[in-house]
Design a protein around this ligand. Structure first.
Ligand SMILES: [Mg+2]
Length: 240
């Protein structure tokens, strides 16, 4: 069915971009060595802090690292914390890759008439520089990050906030994600149309609670363009 939408809400990780797992793990081994702690224990503890980081409770990378050290029974001087945090943030930028279909689709969506674009991401504060680094911010009207809102997908608040910023109702929104954290069910619960993109090579440590239902499924992001009505496809151009 081809319909018109007022806004498209796009997930970030394992949707527009992905992280090189080997490079990511290498970065964690480097941080663990600097702190003289076991690399596997460091990675496990780092990942266990994902929820409070994405809710903005542990706001900065430095906050996360400090808590990580505390749980591992080690103490870090402020200067060391700053240095390891800086390396952690650099590693994130270095190992991030855009999927090849991301930019062509973002450009095509930007050309559609009257369509708002909103990034909706469960993410820690480091994601803001990542989005700038990948030059994704120029395509979006709004960036909705869980760490700023204190709400994570699939909770209703984060979807409603995205629709509110796009000045429309959830029913007029198309949500597209890889389905991690049951984000597609969350979108449908507030009345959005949910599209699942099947991505391969998703980094295992971050895969959790995959969605089991959605309205449409695609294996290339370009296929979502077929969901839009012709009125939007022939709209005015406003590429950034
Ligand atoms: Mg995702």
């Amino acid at each position: 069915m081809r319909v018109s939408f007022d806004a498209v809400l796009l997930d970030l990780f394992d949707m527009l971009c992905h992280l090189d797992e080997e490079m990511y793990r290498e970065g964690k081994r480097g941080s663990a060595a600097l702190r003289r702690v076991d690399a596997e224990a460091y990675l496990e503890t780092w990942l266990s802090l994902q929820d409070p980081c994405q809710r903005g409770i542990l706001f900065s990378t430095e906050n996360r690292l400090e808590e990580c050290c505390r749980r591992l029974g080690t103490r870090a001087e402020p200067a060391t914390l700053r240095e390891v945090s800086r390396r952690e943030d650099e590693t994130l930028l270095r190992c991030a890759r855009l999927h090849p279909d991301a930019l062509p689709v973002l450009r095509a969506l930007r050309r559609m008439s009257g369509l708002g674009l909103v990034l909706v991401s469960n993410a820690s504060s480091a994601a803001r520089s990542l989005v700038r680094h990948l030059v994704l911010n120029r395509f979006f009207d709004h960036l909705v990050f869980s760490f700023e809102l204190g709400s994570l997908k699939p909770e209703p608040a984060i979807y409603r906030e995205a629709a509110r910023r796009a000045r429309t109702s959830p029913r007029r929104c198309l949500f597209v994600g890889d389905g991690n954290s049951r984000e597609l069910e969350g979108a449908m619960e507030v009345g959005m149309t949910a599209v699942r993109i099947e991505r391969h090579g998703v980094m295992e440590p971050y895969r959790k609670n995959p969605s089991r239902s959605w309205n449409h499924s695609v294996d290339d992001l370009r296929q979502i363009l077929e969901l839009f009505g012709s009125r939007q496809e022939t709209g005015a151009t406003s590429a950034p």
